[in-house]
Design a protein. Sequence first.
Length: 348
Amino acid sequence: MKTKSDKSLKSFHTFGLDVLAREIIEVQWPEDFLTLWQNPSYLSTPKLILGEGSNLLFCENFQGVIVLNRLKGISILETEQHWHLHVAAGENWHELVSWTIGHGMGGLENLALIPGLVGSAPIQNIGAYGVELKERCEYVDVLFIASGKTVRLSAAKCEFGYRDSVFKRKLKYKTIVVAVGLKLSKVWLPMIGYGALAKLAEGGKVTIRAVFDKVCEIRRNNLPDPHTIGNAGSFFKNPIVSVALVRKIKETYPTIPYYNTGGGKVKLAAGWLIEQSELKGFCVGGAAVHSKQALVLINTGEATSKDIIKLAKHVVDTVYQRFWVKLEHEVRFIGAARETSLEAVCQR
Ligand code: FAD
Ligand code: EPU
């Protein structure tokens, strides 16, 4: 365990906001988590596990310990039909994806360039370009904080959903992800149904590398690089609404994009709703709606947490007034001691 002398969180989250923690501790071994959680001097101190901070917004200074997950190690078991990867939670997700592609293992290429760590991937069941982690995840190893036991949860037990899992609900604050098991089939099936990826089929034989390169190209073109422009990816989830509501919206907006999710429900594109609300480029202080991808809120340089919160509230209200659709944030809102929400911070 290493305690950082610096208390600034600026370089530990991708929004790049100037916020502080009371303490920042780096953890290299699973046992270190227990040592910290059981240490009497930290018992009543709020603790937050952080990967690369690419899916959260610090709403204010954090009055507790930020625990940086830095568990390392990858092992592979090869069978006739699969590669089984056991990956420690602190490995970087994109480096893992690139490594599998370099070794001719397909399955993760659609999930290239998603920022963050492997241990954070199951928390919101990361997804992109028609693939979600749940389709490649075999198990998640978690440390139960109260008992100190490490338990292997099958993918089914993780209750994965769209940007959702058991770790955001029943197991929140109770477990720490220490490793993830991935199962990659040796029979590779390209997943190229999504928009621009479909064009790959026109050029003849599709390869794992070609899908990986295309995904990287699309992402580099559409999404701001957090190393240069602070952001946390899609700020809001794509809302799932009733077919009846879409019919109503279609009377005024006949070209609205939507995807049937079954059971009389439809997924709308939040980026489209925000763009149609004429909010692309809209600014509050140093925060702005990204001019290329309206679903991303950015820090133009000097944004404060308050700027981003005010902007997010304005986006939610404006979209609601125009479309009767209430956007929910995907980005996790972190308060002084624990997780909070846009609604809660706006009521204060
Ligand atoms: P963090 O932000 O550090 O943590 C996220 C949450 O998980 C926090 O609540 C944290 O406390 C908790 N947590 C972290 N590690 C652990 C652990 N070991 N045990 C228990 N809890 C833990 N997401 C997608 O799904 N698809 C995308 O295409 C996508 N694109 C993105 C593009 C950009 C430019 C950015 C900035 C983000 C994007 N994201 C995307 C969101 C983000 O990359 C993912 O959610 C990622 O998995 C977050 O990883 P992280 O390590 O940064 O997690
Ligand atoms: N759109 C607009 N204007 C915009 C942005 C999008 O009209 O400014 C329209 C597009 O034209 C398209 C639709 O909205 O018709 C969907 O856009 P896109 O394909 O870019 O995907 P998205 O819904 O904006 C989602 C995920 C991303 C993921 C991509 C690719 C969510 C909340 N976001 O974005 O995930 O990378 O699909 O699969 O589900 C993230 O979670 O942080 C993230 C970046």
